[in-house]
Design a protein around this ligand. Structure first.
Ligand SMILES: C[S@@+](CC[C@H](N)C(=O)[O-])C[C@H]1O[C@@H](n2cnc3c(N)ncnc32)[C@H](O)[C@@H]1O
Length: 219
């Protein structure tokens, strides 16, 4: 299982999502949509072993989370505006209580709470906090295998999906650094993908690559 938490420090949590101003009035929701698509989709399909939680910390009102479960999703296409439209439908509704998850459509859940709630829920995963300045995510003696040996994979679709392999989770921020309290989150391991700071959706693509190919990780 591969899990991704994307923190939208200014992303709007409630109201009418301005589809024509995702980078401005929506609080860099464009960054979250790109990250979501990169985490959830391959060139032609859905990553059924992936789960993504967008954290909307920009108000108005309390922090909100939207969870996308790859094994359950139907009707999600690789088109940014359509994906944003699905987020827009969710945030028009009142924010659920902290810790409560309400299903809004197949594979899309709406919840209250913040990144600390997510970490509590992910207690069975190895949680990596992605940070360019941290030790590398891969082992010192690792090599890229010549044949793909996925560390996590899904077989089958929807109700028949079977997920096997490691249970690993990644926390990323949007265009802003994690706050001091987010940097001190308990039960998370800081790891780097190289010293160059990348855009979040590219960092996610590298995580998938390492897991798809079976590169030995430094966990
Ligand atoms: C655009 S970056 C944010 C840059 C921001 N200046 C910061 O300090 O977090 C978005 C996220 O991608 C992840 N990221 C980007 N480059 C990375 C790298 N080289 N190693 C690990 N994570 C990286 C981090 O989680 C980061 O919060």
């Amino acid at each position: 299982m591969r899990r991704f938490a994307i923190i939208g420090n200014r992303a709007m949590a409630q109201g009418k999502l301005p589809l024509n101003d995702m980078a401005g009035a929506a609080g860099r929701m464009d960054v979250l949509v790109r990250a979501l698509m990169s985490a959830l989709m391959t060139s032609h399909g859905m990553r059924r072993d992936s789960e993504i939680i967008l954290h909307l910390h920009g108000g108005p009102g309390p922090a909100r989370r939207i969870k996308f479960v790859g094994s359950e999703l139907k009707g999600v296409h690789a088109e940014e505006r359509a994906v944003a439209g699905q987020i827009g439908k969710v945030i028009q509704l009142p924010t659920p209580a902290r810790g409560q998850w309400l299903q809004r459509s197949d594979g899309i859940y709406d919840g209250g709470g913040d990144i600390e709630s997510t970490i509590t829920e992910w207690k069975d995963s190895t949680i990596i906090r992605l940070d360019a300045a941290a030790p590398r995510l891969w082992s010192a003696d690792s090599a890229i295998p010549q044949q793909s040996k996925p560390l996590s994979k899904a077989v089958g679709e929807w109700d028949e999906t079977e997920i096997s392999g490691i249970d690993i989770a990644f926390i990323l921020s949007d265009d802003k650094p994690l706050t001091e309290s987010q940097l001190l989150l308990e039960n998370t391991i800081p790891r780097s993908l190289g010293e160059e700071w990348l855009q979040g959706h590219l960092a996610i693509a590298i995580c998938h690559f390492l897991i798809d190919e079976g590169v030995s990780l430094n966990l």
